[in-house]
Design a protein. Sequence first.
Length: 130
Amino acid sequence: MLPATRDVDLDTFSDLTRERVEFAKEYELTILFSDCAVGAVPALGSAYGLPTIIDQSMKARWDDIYFEAGDYEELIRVSSDQFRRLTADAHCAAFSHSAIRDRIDGICTLGGGRITARSAAPSVQKRTGC
């Protein structure tokens, strides 16, 4: 789980999980999350028996948290205390970087480039202060 303003660094995430990681195809998501809209990914993996890893960048975001409700039309809002309870079994690690934004004619769009920030010794930790 990470804020929408950040991108996953797949190399770092692969190092953390000790597996080669790549983005899933939509049809794979449909099989795994059959009760969600096509391509939608639930924020709480524990609801599906999956581990949840929270990016350390979430530390600075302990106001209300919003996440998709399994579709692209509704959001769920939880307080920071509710979020901590919902993710009590989650692990915390650094696996993202700021998304690059380009301004073209006053419209903010995601850039095509990516910044890779790799740590020397990535580790996944049981959530203690994330």
